[in-house]
Structures are given as structure tokens and as C-alpha cells.
Ligand binder design. Structure first.
Ligand code: DAK
Length: 263
């Protein structure tokens, strides 16, 4: 692959968008390679993913404006579908995905970070949806996911004004969970991913599905979704070992509930 690198460290996979000369802008090839990378991940041996950008300046500076500039309506729609399909694949990927935002996250860059479960960023990170300045609307889910994450009022302000925000503001409005000095970002992302990977994998996956699916429906339906996914955890090795450790009053094991099987 030319623009995506994948490294596996224990149960954690690190995907890097590697096109630093264009500030990791998303062209069709990047989207295709990201799609292929996600398809090739072994879910029996991977429990959490980190998505980041190469270099110290940019996470993803948006969709590739050069490539987009000459698209016809039909080609624009096809490009939008390619992006939306891979962003949605990330969003519903069975295991948690952490975006480690190491610089510009503009347009499609902000949008891809919002397709991840959790965002953390470096102090030099800049977020924004500059599309209306380019004569388009956000097209990779920005109008939908930003409003769900930070509320409609703040999302509308960011999108209508096309004003970029810095890391501290992104933290204040709840777009990112934490801000770190640039040199600590990946270490912190890996620490969080390892913490997730040390927990029961079936339970973690079911939590992701319960939260994602539950947010799409009313509370009565949402509770039924939770009940089903809760029930699904029983009779697994994870549940037996997790509860067994507690009942045996084995503090060491209780604090260290590993290494559960996948389904
Ligand atoms: N696309 C292509 N190349 C880009 C790029 C981008 N988005 N952003 C940066 N680059 C390239 C620059 O052209 C430059 O290339 P060379 O000239 O060196 O060949 C190189 O990266 C370095 O950039 P700069 O020289 O501009 O670096 P600066 O530090 O001066 O400025 C910047 C950094 C991030 C402020 C600036 O590059 C910038 O404003 N970039 C554009 C940011 C932006 O507007 N991003 C949003 C793009 S719109 C759709 C679905 C989704 C979308 C569209 C359609 N459909 C449903 C159809 C999504 C749209 C977007 O994401």
C-alpha cells in the first residue's frame, strides 16, 4: 500500500494515513486502501484500533481538493459514497477505534475522527468544517456526527462560519476527550487502547454496539438492545472468568481480568 501503514502491537492495531506531502488529505486511493486495511484486520487477535496521521503537522487536512475540483455531479456522488462507506465501516467496526489527532483535522479529517469511537489530540490540533467556504456542504457525515457530538447549536456555528477551533476549544465543547503534548499523544493513545484490550473483548464489542445502535432509537427500544447484548455475554469464558475471579475474592485476578477468549 502506498498511503496506509498498519502495525500490530499486541492486541492493538495502529492505522496511519501516510500522505504527509498533502497533509494526509483523503483521495480515492487513500479511501480504497483504508477500506482494504479494515477488511484485512484479524478480529480474533485485535481488540482495539488507533487511527492517526503521518508527520507532526496534520492528522488529515480534508478530502483532496485537487481531486475533487474537477468532479462532475455523478463523480462527486461516487466519491462521497466511497468516503461515507469507509467512514461508516469505521464507525460500526466491531472493536473500538481511537482517533489520535496529531494536527489538522479539517473537513473530511474532522469527519473521519468523528467516525471513531474516541478522539484524543495533540496541543497543536486544529479542528474545523471549512466546506461552505469551498462551495460545498460537509459530505462525509459532518452535519450529522458533529451535531450529535457537540450539540446542534455549536455544530451549526462551526459549520456555518467555517471557523477552525484549536485543541483547547475542541476539548471544552466535548469534541475530544483529552489533549496531550504532541510527543505524548501516541503513547497515551496506546495506553488507552491497551486498557481497552485488557478488558473482556466480547463485552467491549457489545458495549460499542449497544451505544451505537441505542442512540438511533427511542429509549424503550434502546433498553431492549441493551438487554439482548447483555444476555449475549453470558455463558462466555469472559463472563465466567470475570465473575469467577470476583467470587473467589482473588484480588490480583479481579483487578486483572484477562485473557478472555473471543467468541
Ligand atoms: N487537499 C489536497 N491537498 C492539500 C489539502 C487538501 N485538503 N490540504 C493541504 N494540501 C496540500 C497543499 O496543497 C500543499 O501541497 P503542495 O503545494 O506542497 O504540493 C501541502 O498539502 C501543504 O499544504 P500548505 O502549503 O497549504 O500548508 P500550510 O501549513 O500553509 O496550510 C492548511 C495548512 C491545512 C491550513 C492548508 O493546507 C489548508 O487550508 N488546506 C485545506 C484544508 C481544507 O479546506 N480541508 C477541507 C477540504 S473539503 C464529499 C464528501 C466530503 C467532502 C467533499 C465531498 N462528497 C459527498 C462528494 C469533504 C470535503 C473536504 O474535506
Amino acid at each position: 500500500m502506498e498511503f496506509i501503514t498498519y502495525e500490530q502491537e499486541g492486541f492493538v492495531g495502529v492505522i496511519t494515513i501516510n500522505r504527509p506531502k498533502a497533509l494526509n488529505a483523503l483521495n480515492s486511493q487513500v479511501l480504497d486502501e483504508l477500506n482494504e486495511t479494515l477488511d484485512s484486520i484479524d478480529l480474533d487477535t485485535t481488540r482495539a484500533l488507533i487511527l492517526t496521521g503521518a508527520g507532526d503537522k496534520s492528522f488529515v487536512a480534508g478530502a483532496d481538493i485537487g481531486e475533487m475540483s474537477t468532479l462532475t455531479k455523478a463523480e462527486g456522488e461516487a466519491f462521497g459514497k466511497k468516503g461515507n462507506d469507509v467512514f461508516r465501516k469505521l464507525e460500526v467496526f466491531p472493536i473500538p477505534v481511537i482517533a489520535a489527532v496529531n494536527g489538522f483535522a479539517l473537513g473530511g479529517g474532522c469527519e473521519i475522527s468523528m467516525s471513531c469511537d474516541i478522539r484524543i489530540c495533540s496541543e497543536n490540533a486544529i479542528f474545523g468544517q471549512p466546506e461552505v467556504g469551498l462551495g460545498i456542504t460537509p459530505g462525509f457525515g459532518g452535519t450529522q456526527r458533529l451535531a450529535r457530538l457537540v450539540g446542534a447549536g455549536m455544530a451549526k456555528q462551526m459549520i456555518y462560519t467555517a471557523r477552525n477551533i484549536k485543541a483547547d476549544e475542541a476539548y471544552r465543547i466535548g469534541l475530544v476527550n483529552a489533549v496531550y503534548p504532541a510527543e505524548e499523544l501516541m503513547e497515551q493513545a496506546k495506553k488507552m487502547a491497551a486498557g481497552i484490550a485488557a478488558n473482556a473483548p466480547i463485552a467491549v464489542r457489545n458495549c460499542k454496539k449497544a451505544i451505537n445502535d441505542g442512540l438511533q432509537v427511542d429509549m424503550d427500544e434502546a433498553i431492549v438492545i441493551e438487554e439482548k447484548l447483555f444476555g449475549d455475554c453470558f455463558e462466555t469464558e469472559d463472563q465466567k472468568a470475570g465473575m469467577g475471579n470476583f467470587l473467589e475474592k482473588d484480588k490480583e485476578k479481579k483487578l486483572k481480568v484477562v485473557p478472555f477468549q473471543n467468541k
